[in-house]
Design a protein around this ligand. Structure first.
Ligand code: FAD
Ligand code: SF4
Ligand code: SF4
Length: 367
């Protein structure tokens, strides 16, 4: 969105400032940007002054209202949760999906359904645990692969690099599941003038996200306590629990959240979006009800898919209690307040919000 900038600027403004979210949008475009675990680096200067890497990055200047107009046809009237058609709670009807999923299995059920219905030909997913603490990105081409990616890793993976591979090897209509920083990068890729695999993306399912952990920090924290290759599931129960729960083949361990806060990625402190406001569909937990999801439907196409999935008994839904909706709004607004406050602490200037391009009216709500 900011013309005339490239890898040198990406390195200076994002990588060197510790703002990289390791979304993968800049990975695989060229031979000069590499990812090792969740660390992205420019290994050699490529010599060009203007680049897709800068254009796609969710931590370079991003005009949120312009992206909203592009996706929803208008700027969001709702500062807390973004544009939406409906919010309810939902779960997968299939009990195996629910048992393998993080919460209600809505994400896995919808991706599987969209593939089986021919709505998408492939899906970009993240496999959370595969004998390693580090999640892996996957371009699933068969619906049978989807459940293998169920569950949540609280470490970020450079998942969007799969879309850069798809630029060279088109996959038809693609679905993407991602956290808010990945969804923002994906929308920037779609809006960009450059040819990219993101142009083939027809369904964007965004997850809620408050923060993620750095691989290095969390790996060190677990040393001597848990063998990462035995992890089956990690959960962060809602407040007031204040714990992180690790389920392994040997049993379950609980750790106080305060002990792992130091491993939260610095970029998460300036992250403005909790509910993937730029997605077609957003999915999170329902606090206190383990096997249900909060489901936000944002676009008419997504509503059509959800209605069909309900009719075909793939998912079921119930109204979300007003008190839970109020709580969700407050959590999202709090994340925005914290992000803006942290950004202004860094820049020392209320007019300089780093990557966020918000109208004066919008930013004043959070200052
Ligand atoms: C880093 C992170 C932080 C989160 N924080 C919150 C939160 O604060 N509040 C909240 O309500 N929900 C949060 N979630 C979302 C929540 O954990 C569930 O993913 C969501 O509720 C969907 O549940 P489900 O049962 O439908 O998922 P499932 O059917 O199990 O599907 C989960 C999907 O998540 C994807 N996935 C797994 N790990 C990652 C990853 N690291 N990056 C990108 N995609 C991944 C997989 O591709 C899979 O398709 C977070 C998720 C992640 C990855
Ligand atoms: S595009 Fe993504 S991976 Fe690349 S620098 Fe930006 S945040 Fe990091
Ligand atoms: S808090 Fe934001 S930057 Fe951090 S992992 Fe979640 S979406 Fe990405």
């Amino acid at each position: 969105m900011e013309a005339g900038k490239g890898p040198v600027d990406l390195e200076k403004e994002v990588l060197n400032e510790g703002l990289c979210a390791s979304c993968g949008a800049c990975v695989g475009i060229c031979p000069y940007i590499k990812v090792v675990k969740d660390r992205v680096a420019i290994i050699e200067p490529c010599g060009i002054s203007e680049g897709q890497c800068y254009d796609f990055c969710p931590r370079t200047p991003t005009d949120i209202a312009a992206l909203e107009r592009r996706i929803f046809g208008e700027e969001s009237p709702d500062s807390s949760l973004g544009s939406y058609i409906s919010i309810e709670m939902a779960q997968a009807r299939d009990s195996e999906t629910r048992s393998r999923a993080q919460y209600g299995g809505v994400v896995s059920a919808l991706v599987t359904y969209a593939m089986n219905q021919g709505e998408i030909d492939a899906a970009v997913l993240t496999r959370p645990f595969d004998g390693s603490l580090m999640p892996t990105s996957v371009m699933a081409e068969q619906s049978s692969q989807v459940l293998g990616c169920a569950g949540s890793s609280y470490i970020t993976s450079a998942t969007l690099a799969e879309l850069n591979k798809a630029t060279k090897q088109p996959r038809g209509a693609i679905g993407v599941v991602g956290i808010p920083c990945q969804v923002m990068a994906l929308r920037k890729m779609q809006a960009s003038k450059h040819e990219t695999g993101a142009k083939g993306v027809k369904l964007v399912i965004g997850l809620f996200c408050t923060w993620a952990l750095s691989y290095k920090g969390f790996n060190e924290f677990l040393k001597g306590k848990v063998d990462p290759s035995s992890i089956k599931r990690i959960d962060i129960p809602p407040p007031p629990a204040n714990i992180l729960v690790v389920h392994t083949k040997e049993g379950t361990m609980e750790f106080p959240l305060d002990e792992i806060r130091g491993s939260i990625k610095p970029t998460c402190n300036i992250c403005y979006d909790m509910t993937s406001e730029l997605a077609d569909i957003s999915v999170g937990m329902v606090e206190g009800i383990d096997d249900w999801n909060t489901l936000i439907v944002r676009t008419p196409e997504a509503k059509r898919l959800i209605d069909k999935a309900k009719q075909d008994e793939v998912i079921e839904s119930r109204p979300l209690e007003e008190s839970r909706l109020d709580h969700l709004r407050e959590a999202s607004l709090n994340k925005k307040r914290r992000a803006i406050s942290e950004i202004v602490k860094r820049t020392g200037d209320e007019k300089n919000l780093l990557y966020l391009r918000l109208s004066d009216g919008e930013s004043r709500k959070f200052l």
